[in-house]
Design a protein around this ligand. Structure first.
Ligand SMILES: NC(=O)c1ccc[n+]([C@@H]2O[C@H](COP(=O)([O-])OP(=O)(O)OC[C@H]3O[C@@H](n4cnc5c(N)ncnc54)[C@H](OP(=O)(O)O)[C@@H]3O)[C@@H](O)[C@H]2O)c1
Length: 303
């Protein structure tokens, strides 16, 4: 596993991070398997774990805490998010300063770590971000967060974060379907912000999914209901599944990690085989023909 600096935070993170979200955090997914994946990730060199207060109906964050209990976490960077919360099967949002502070304090307890997490605002508006910048810096000052960031898929919010000295890190949606994020990532790196790439496998839509277990039905239903455009776009990258040198997931990760502005690609996986395949992508170079084919598919999509 290779490691990269996370902007100016002084933290080093593994190129491949572990996304503790979605099916991984759900009670329907076995605790033994979920914890086993985290332990395998640590053994495989993963040093960055990402979760959120609202992830998996609120179950992901305490589960990650249980997975890390009793482990040597001194070299790990654990990230969580505030501003959204899970209630009655739905995700709510509250970006008042009081709610952010209360959420950060709950996260600290739920994760049970001696070293505080990296705290990110989870999808604020530009105005909410501006209003909360000092609150976030205050949480860092009080030792409730070790660094602070913003996770947003809205480029205007990320651009605003780049001008805020209080914000250390940004998490953007970046994968082969999102080349338009590249100028934003370059600006973020130039502003010394740590850049995390969320959804590097485009939520798994780049590889054909065989329905073998309930999680496959859940991911397929999520895609059909909420990410139909991504699924259609991903179909144009089907050639990634036929590369001789690497799997489609590895090629997708190699694409993201070829961007020097990215510190870490945060991947969600609930199968050990997938996790191992993803960890093996660290250090892989995308063959030039594959890069050209990706660029051609991106040009076709933008027309
Ligand atoms: N999605 C969002 O809206 C969002 C928002 C903010 C932050 N994030 C962060 O980004 C992380 C990743 O996002 P994500 O989980 O949506 O998307 P992702 O990492 O792009 O994709 C996860 C999906 O890819 C599949 N997968 C993983 N490794 C694979 C492999 N080697 N071959 C084939 N399929 C593979 C997983 O299947 P299996 O489960 O079967 O392994 C799962 O269905 C999250 O965990 C979270 O920390 C996501």
């Amino acid at each position: 596993m290779l490691y990269r600096p996370l902007g100016r935070t002084g933290l080093m993170v593994s190129e491949i991070g572990f996304g503790a979200a979605s099916w991984w955090g759900k009670p329907q997914f076995s605790e033994r398997e979920a914890l086993g994946l985290v332990h395998a990730a640590i053994d495989g060199g993963v040093r960055f774990f990402d979760t959120g207060a609202s992830y998996s109906g609120g179950h992901a964050e305490p589960r990650l805490g249980r997975a890390l209990k009793g482990r040597d976490v001194s070299g790990l960077v654990v990230a969580t998010k505030a501003g959204t919360f899970a209630k009655g099967g739905r995700v709510g949002r509250d970006f008042s300063p009081a709610a952010i502070i209360a959420s950060a304090e709950r996260s600290l307890k739920a994760l049970g770590l001696e070293v505080p997490p990296l705290l990110q605002l989870h999808g604020p508006s530009v105005e909410e971000l501006d209003r909360l910048a000092d609150t976030m810096a205050g949480l860092k000052g009080r030792g409730v967060a070790r660094a602070v960031g913003v996770n947003s898929f809205d480029p205007a919010v990320i651009d605003q974060a780049l001008g805020l000295p209080q914000i250390d890190v940004v998490m953007v949606d970046y994968n082969v379907l999102r080349p338009e994020r590249e100028p934003l990532i370059a600006r973020a790196a130039a502003a010394d912000k740590g850049v995390l790439a969320g959804m590097p496998l485009a939520m798994g839509h780049l590889t054909p999914r065989k329905v073998r277990a309930p999680r496959d039905l859940w991911y397929a239903a999520r895609g059909r209901l909420r990410h139909r455009r991504e699924m259609e776009a991903a179909a144009r990258f089907g050639f990634l599944n036929g590369l001789p040198q690497m799997t489609a997931a590895q090629a997708a990760l190699a694409y993201v990690l070829a961007n020097p502005g990215v510190a870490c690609a945060v991947v969600g996986a609930t199968r050990l085989g997938h996790l191992r395949e993803n960890l093996a992508a660290s250090g892989l170079a995308l063959p030039p023909q594959a890069r050209e084919a990706i660029r051609a598919a991106q040009r076709a999509l933008s027309r």
